[in-house]
Design a binder for this molecule. Structure first.
Ligand SMILES: [Zn+2]
Length: 425
């Protein structure tokens, strides 16, 4: 058995009481958090590895509730455009360069970027999901993914009916994804929903990202995206809506009543000028809201520290209320509530005995984190991914002293620079 002891930690647990334990020792046995000692104590005898946190913050791995990870390859390729202008630029180049091989490369770069930024898991909607899942296993990253559906053949040149058949024949899957109600026919959406029910999978879709999407869907199909999803029984526990920016009160009620979760992506929403999600109203209605980055083509990186701070500030500013989305709420959105949205909160999302050891250690010597009167406020309002020093996923140390241990980053960057030339052509 491998035993790691992290001693002298300012432990931010993200548990039900959002407890902070000063001087804590966290004992990891294999992949599991075996023990949390409330006061500083000598390293447990028999520990194969001891890390002295020297009073610095130790926190749960952040979880990205909505991403297109392999789109790291399109970072900065379609800036300063709205959603429709962005998609008009992206879809043709995706058609030209995406393959199982380039998806592997983009995903590998995303895992390196994410892990070094303290993100240990993600919900990922993209082509060739099996390639990304395989890369995630090699990188030691918790990836939630599955087959994706859209109303055209896509870069893997698969017709809709064949995609349905292939998905059925390769079951089980954790997730099915539909791109959006505006990129497929209602009958196709219905077919994916029925397949998800048949196979018992969770379901993820972009919904009501901006006003023109809602207007477009309503004029073509007579219902808003959320109404269409409701009509086909796709508002339900196990469904995650990405964005959900343009919602009326009744839609918020239906999302809450059906146990549907929302992935809030403030950076992408701001950059694409999509608007501001009604997060305070969703939370008030009891909706589980996780935090996501979206793909690196629309928000340009996979930085959940930046997403946390942006979420906290954005809603205070637009509501003219400094009490909206306090730091403790935002930290939970990026950890346990993202885990809840993804249906993995029994495994990860907080630092508690019996859970998987997905743990991030911040630099105790960072000037930017000193002093720290409230460690949770420090994480949300002061910390950045630059202060992430060590990261464990399921007990495996995947970042040590800011270096990835499972990914050859230099080779990945070199290959991505080659691909950049091809993409820019
Ligand atoms: Zn997205």
């Amino acid at each position: 058995m491998s035993i790691t002891s992290i001693t002298n930690a300012t432990l931010v647990t993200a548990d039900a009481e959002n407890r902070v334990v000063h001087g804590a020792t966290i004992v990891i046995e294999d992949d599991t958090i075996a023990e949390i000692r409330p006061a500083s104590a000598p390293a447990r005898s028999g520990a194969t590895h001891t890390v002295d946190a020297r009073g610095g913050i130790v926190m749960p791995g952040l979880i990205n509730a909505h991403a297109h990870l392999a789109m790291t390859m399109f970072r900065g390729f379609a800036d300063d455009r709205d959603l429709q202008g962005f998609l008009d630029r992206l879809f043709p180049v995706e058609e030209r360069v995406l393959s199982e091989e380039t998806v592997r490369l983009g995903a590998r770069l995303a895992f390196a970027e994410s892990l070094r930024a303290g993100c240990t898991g993600a919900l990922d909607m993209f082509w060739w999901p099996d390639a990304s899942l395989d890369e995630a296993r090699q990188a030691g990253f918790h990836l939630e993914s599955g087959p994706i559906f859209i109303g055209f053949p896509g870069p893997d040149h698969t017709m809709f009916a064949d995609r349905i058949e292939r998905t059925r024949s390769t079951a089980p899957h954790r997730w099915l994804f539909a791109h959006g109600t505006y990129t497929m026919q209602p009958a196709e959406l219905d077919a994916v929903g029925r397949l998800a029910a048949e196979l018992g999978t969770r379901f993820h879709i972009h919904a009501s990202e901006n006003q023109s999407e809602v207007d477009d869907v309503r004029s073509r199909f007579g219902k808003t995206p959320v109404e269409l999803l409701d009509h086909y029984g796709l508002l339900r526990a196990g469904t995650v809506l990405a964005h959900a920016v343009v919602l009326d009160d009744h839609e918020i009620q239906r999302i809450a009543a059906t146990g549907t979760a929302v992935a809030h992506c403030p950076l992408s929403n701001l950059k694409l000028a999509s608007g501001v999600c009604r997060v305070p109203d969703l939370l008030h209605a009891g909706v589980v809201v996780g935090l996501g980055t979206d793909g690196s083509a629309s928000s340009n990186d996979l930085d959940l520290f930046m997403a946390m701070r942006t979420a906290a500030l954005l809603h205070k500013g637009t509501r003219h209320d400094a009490r909206v989305l306090p730091a403790g709420t935002v930290l939970k959105m990026a950890t346990i509530d993202s885990a809840r949205a993804l249906g993995i909160d029994h495994l990860v999302g907080s630092i508690e005995v019996g859970k998987r050891a997905d743990i991030v250690r911040l630099d105790p010597d960072a000037p930017s984190l000193t002093p720290s009167y409230d460690p949770i406020s420090t994480i949300v309002y002061s910390a950045s991914r630059a202060e992430v020093v060590d990261v464990w996923v399921a007990g495996q140390q995947v970042v040590a002293d800011r270096q990835c241990t499972t990914i050859n980053v230099a080779a990945t960057l070199a290959a991505m620079r080659e691909l950049q030339i091809e993409i820019a052509r």
